[in-house]
Design a protein around this ligand. Structure first.
Ligand SMILES: Nc1ncnc2c1ncn2[C@@H]1O[C@H](COP(=O)(O)OP(=O)(O)O)[C@@H](O)[C@H]1O
Ligand SMILES: [Mg+2]
Length: 630
């Protein structure tokens, strides 16, 4: 969980990395103990669980019962000499001695077995799905609560694999493996006991022959699992690599590397084929061995049994062994042997699910770094007064760099303050601290006099409308993206916000206007268009404090001016903190705070700062160039 996945990777590479990592982690768990942690999720559904256990028990009983039915059919139904004996009579459905009555008995048992098996399957599958749905929700609920710090530490690909791969592993285990395992154990024990009662001699014979079939089956089965895992890994790696290349198809084609990409992919899938072929060969061999040994063993047991029957008849015909009993015995033996074989495969599956459970539970135990106070103060009628007092801050993922050093400033309600400074100065970090995505190491940040740590983070964040530097948007339509700012806003409000953000015109021109699907993270828009949507979203939010982080950097001069006007309109009634590079924005501010290397180096109006001949004057000269002379 605390592995370092802090390098930024493209999504394809991330997938490949996740797969690599999954491979290392797979089967990490040595015991099935972590599976116990699923109990709280399972015990929430006592009805499903009880129903499953009842039908499991009934199905197991009838599983044994069906072998008895077989015996009755063979011994009695076929009209053997015992057809009215005690052991037949008690099973007759209808007239005792009638051939059909024994077949009817068999059918009833068979139907019962089918019914209980179906019900068992139904209840355990629903339980499995129910539990896994709850776990998925719990994981996602937890993820949305965690602080940005967590996502710096754990790679998104890794997080997503918990949500998908790991939960699926658990799903198969609860839904099928465990159910089959319990059934196999129950049936095996019952069958063994019954076998012993039928004939201890034959049982010992099976105990001697069984391992001869089982051991090669277990060994070969293990080999098959290793091989199929390696072919899965190969395929996953090839897909990861292909995903990366297709994601950057323009780069591939621009560098004319298509042939190389094809060769790489072809090599990877050929390797997968080779691994599969090996697996198929081993599997075929296993079929040969198991069928061969199994059949010989089974018929051998019957042969031995038959001679026992013959011997018994020769010495006076006791009622114990009969053709039907031998048939029944063979079936019971078959059930024990095949269940045991099945269980060994299940064990590996249980271990994998156990590893998955461990990882998921680790995630569920993760605590958000930002803690809400026990009795949060209530913010009402926020004025938007903001104050930083001697704030020092270091990003947890970069402990060697003091990102904010002794920052103090104050913004009065309704004021507009510009933050300027070279990139990396710490301007965006001020916003991060203000929204309390990170806690500072020392100093005090207040809004309307309340220390932000005394407020609930949600309540605090409701006071802000932010336009972030990289303008993250979501897949969906323009309408949905803008409405993200205020749930339940009317279409008219959304359109008004879009107009204010100078976005209305381009949105109208999209094929389906406001309802056009913008693609994943709205990739189909240009940088400037994305920015205008983000601005509209912030305008719609209508919060007391407006935070703009280079919000107009991708706009052309004309639309910037228009957006600027909209902001000016808004900022009359709101506190505005704006990070900007362009003079047009900065000039309008009541005050300018100049930052460099995590410190505030100057504060003042444009005029004062230009006269100061400090960093601002230099920046103004360089960055604001011609405009600076205005
Ligand atoms: N999440 C983060 N983790 C670690 N370091 C960060 C993070 N975000 C920003 N930084 C670092 O903090 C410094 C200030 O960044 P930032 O506030 O974004 O600068 P600005 O917005 O002024 O360009 C930079 O050196 C940057 O690399
Ligand atoms: Mg920045």
């Amino acid at each position: 969980m605390v592995d370092n996945y802090d390098e930024s990777r493209s999504s394809g590479a991330a997938l490949a990395a996740t797969i690599e990592m999954d491979k290392d982690k797979r089967g990490k768990a040595r015991t099935v103990k972590p599976l116990r942690q699923l109990w709280p999720f399972i015990s929430r559904y006592p009805f499903l669980l009880t129903a499953f256990l009842i039908f499991l028990a009934l199905a197991a009983l009838l599983n044994l019962g069906i072998t008895e039915a077989l015996r009755v059919i063979v011994d009695c139904g076929f009209g053997g000499k015992e057809d009215v004996s005690e052991s037949c009579a008690r099973y007759a459905l209808g007239d005792i001695g009638q051939m059909g009555s024994y077949f009817k008995f068999g059918m009833v048992i068979g139907l019962g077995l089918a019914l209980f098996s179906a019900l068992r399957f139904y209840f355990i599958s629903v339980l499995g799905q129910r539990v896994i749905t709850d776990i998925r929700k719990a994981v996602y609920n937890k993820l949305t609560r965690l602080s940005p710090e967590f996502f710096e530490r754990v790679h998104t690909g890794e997080v997503l694999s918990r949500l998908t791969t790991d939960t699926t592993l658990i799903e198969t285990v609860i839904g099928s493996s465990v159910s089959f395992a319990i059934r196999s154990i129950a049936v095996s024990i019952g069958a063994l006991i019954w076998m012993f009662f039928i004939s201890w001699k034959l049982t010992l014979l099976v105990a001697a022959i069984g391992p001869i079939v089982l051991i090669p089956a277990i060994l070969i089965g293990k080999r098959i699992r290793v091989l199929s895992r390696s072919s899965q890994d190969n395929l996953a790696r090839a897909s990861g690599r292909a995903g990366e290349s297709l994601g950057a198809i323009q780069t591939v084609q621009a560098f004319t590397r298509e042939a190389k990409e094809r060769a790489d992919f072809s090599e990877a899938v050929e390797k997968t084929f080779d691994a599969h072929k090996k697996r198929i060969l081993v599997r075929s061999f296993m079929t040969l061995i198991i069928f061969g040994l199994g059949m010989i063993g089974m018929i051998g047991v019957m042969w031995f049994g038959a001679s026992e029957v013959a011997a018994a008849q020769a010495t006076g015909g006791e009622d114990g062994l009969s053709g039907g009993r031998i048939t029944q015995f063979t079936f019971l033996a078959f059930m024990v042997v095949s269940s045991t074989g099945f269980l060994t495969g299940t064990w590996t599956e249980l271990l994998r699910a156990s590893g998955a459970t461990e990882r998921i539970m680790e995630l569920l135990a993760e605590k958000p770094h930002i803690k809400a106070p026990a009795n949060p103060a209530a913010l009402t009628n926020t004025q938007g007064a903001i104050k930083f007092e001697n704030v020092n801050f270091i990003y947890p993922s970069r402990p060697t760099e003091q990102t904010l050093q002794d920052i103090s400033f104050e913004i009065k309600p309704g004021e507009t303050v510009a933050l300027v400074g070279p990139s990396g100065a710490g301007k965006s970090t001020i916003f991060q601290v203000l929204l309390r995505f990170y806690d500072t190491q020392s100093g005090l940040v207040t809004i309307d006099g309340f220390p932000i740590t005394k407020l609930s983070p949600q309540d605090l964040r409701r006071q802000f409308a932010i336009v972030q530097q990289n303008t993250p948007l979501f897949s969906g339509s323009a309408m949905e993206n803008i409405r993200y700012g205020r749930e339940g806003a009317s279409d008219e409000d959304v359109i008004a916000a879009a107009k204010a953000a100078f976005a209305h015109e381009f949105i109208e021109k999209l094929p389906e206007g406001y309802l056009t699907d913008l693609g994943e993270s709205a990739v189909t828009l240009s940088g400037g268009q994305r920015q205008r949507l983000a601005i509209a979203r912030a305008i719609l939010r209508d919060a007391p404090v407006l935070l703009l982080d280079e919000a107009t950097s991708a706009l052309d001069a004309e639309s910037e001016r228009a957006v600027q006007l909209a902001f000016e309109d808004m900022s009359k009634s709101k506190t505005t903190l704006v990070i900007a590079h362009r003079l047009a924005t900065v000039l309008k501010a009541d005050r300018i705070i100049v930052m460099d290397e995590g410190r505030i180096v100057e504060t003042g109006t444009h005029k004062e700062l230009v006269n100061n001949k400090g960093l601002y004057a230099r920046l103004a000269e360089l960055q604001f160039d011609a405009a600076a002379s205005l």
